[in-house]
Ligand binder design. Structure first.
Ligand code: GUN
Length: 293
C-alpha cells in the first residue's frame, strides 16, 4: 500500500506555479490576482478562505478578501460580483459557499463572469467541461485528476466507482474520468442514495472515489484487494483530544481499508490540499489567458 501524499504534490505544484509567476513578472507582466468573497463567519469557510489566501502568497499572487455579514442582501452580493467582473486587475474570483439561505447560490454562480470563474461552477464552464472543451475545471475533481496523474495510476479501461453525485465533486469527477485521454478513458459508475447493491458494485471497482460526506462509509468488505481509494470526505467530528475540539474524518474507514489498497489518500493531507492548489492553477490559467482570451 502506498499513501498518496496530497500535501507534497500540492507543495510541488505551488512551487511550479510560483516559478511561472516569476517568469510572467520578469517579462514585464502583471502579478496574478485572486479575489474571494466571504459571507458570514462559518468556521469551515473561514479556514478554507484563509488557506486560499495563504496559498496565493506561496504562489506569488495578489489576493483580495471581500467580506459581508450574514445579513447581506442578494442585491448587494450581486453588485460586488459585478464590480469584480469589471475589475481589470482581478483575474479570477470565488464566492465561498455555502451562502445564507436567503441568497440563491445558483443566481450568484451565474452572475460570475465565466472567464473569471476559477471555481469552475458556472454552467458555461460545466457544460464546456462535459463536452471536452477548454474551461475552468472545478477544483476538487481537477485536484483528484492531478493526483492520479502524478502517481501514474492507470485509468484507461479501469472501473471507477464514484460515491456521491454532488455538482462540485461527484458529477464532474465522473465526467472527467470518462473523457478520452489520461487520466480518463475509464468506465465510470456513479452511486448515490438510491443505488441498489452498493457493496457489490464497489467490490468491482479498480478505483473508488468517495465523496458523499459520511464518515467511514467505505468499509473493508466494499473494497477489492489492490484497489485505489480516493477519499474526498472532510467531515468535522467532535474530538476532545484536539485543540480545535474536532478532527476531520474521511468517508473511508482508513485503518481497515488501507491495508487492502494499492494506493489510498489520507484525510487530512490527501485530496484536501489539492483543491486549493488546483484553484491556484486555475488562477494562473486565468491570468495568462490560457483558456479564454
Ligand atoms: N465550499 C466548499 N468547497 C468550495 C469550493 O471549492 N469553492 C467555493 N467557492 N466554496 C466551497
Amino acid at each position: 500500500m502506498e499513501l498518496i501524499d496530497g500535501k507534497k504534490v500540492s507543495q510541488d505544484i505551488k512551487k511550479e506555479i510560483a516559478e511561472k509567476v516569476k517568469e510572467i513578472i520578469g517579462a514585464g507582466g502583471r502579478r496574478p490576482t485572486l479575489a474571494a468573497i466571504l459571507v458570514g463567519h462559518d468556521g469551515g469557510s473561514e479556514t478554507y478562505v484563509a488557506n486560499k489566501i495563504k496559498a496565493c502568497e506561496e504562489c506569488g499572487f495578489y489576493s483580495r478578501l471581500i467580506r459581508f455579514e450574514n445579513d447581506v442582501t442578494e442585491a448587494e452580493l450581486l453588485n460586488a460580483i459585478k464590480e469584480l467582473n469589471e475589475d481589470g486587475e482581478v483575474d479570477g474570483f470565488i464566492v465561498q459557499l455555502p451562502l445564507p439561505k436567503h441568497i440563491s447560490e445558483q443566481k450568484v454562480i451565474e452572475a460570475i463572469d465565466f472567464r473569471k470563474d476559477v471555481d469552475g461552477f458556472h454552467p458555461i464552464n460545466v457544460g464546456r467541461m462535459s463536452i471536452g472543451l477548454p474551461c475552468f475545471r472545478s477544483a476538487t475533481p481537477a485536484g483528484i485528476m492531478m493526483l492520479l496523474e502524478r502517481y501514474n495510476i492507470p485509468t484507461s479501461g479501469a472501473r471507477v466507482v464514484v460515491l456521491g453525485r454532488s455538482n462540485i465533486v461527484g458529477k464532474p469527477v465522473a465526467t472527467m474520468l470518462m473523457q478520452k485521454g489520461y487520466p480518463g478513458n475509464a468506465t465510470v459508475t456513479v452511486c448515490h442514495s438510491a443505488t441498489k447493491d452498493l457493496n457489490a458494485i464497489c467490490r468491482e471497482a479498480d478505483i473508488i472515489i468517495a465523496a458523499l460526506g459520511q464518515p467511514a462509509f467505505v468499509t473493508a468488505d466494499m473494497v477489492k484487494p489492490g484497489a485505489v481509494i480516493i477519499d474526498v470526505g472532510t467531515t468535522r467530528v467532535p474530538d476532545s483530544s484536539k485543540k480545535s475540539g474536532f478532527r476531520l474524518s474521511g468517508d473511508v474507514d482508513f485503518e481497515k481499508v488501507a491495508p487492502l489498497c494499492s494506493y489510498i489518500t489520507p484525510v487530512p493531507g490527501g485530496v484536501g490540499p489539492m483543491t486549493i492548489t488546483s484553484l491556484m492553477n486555475n488562477t494562473l490559467l486565468a491570468a495568462s489567458k490560457a483558456i479564454y482570451k
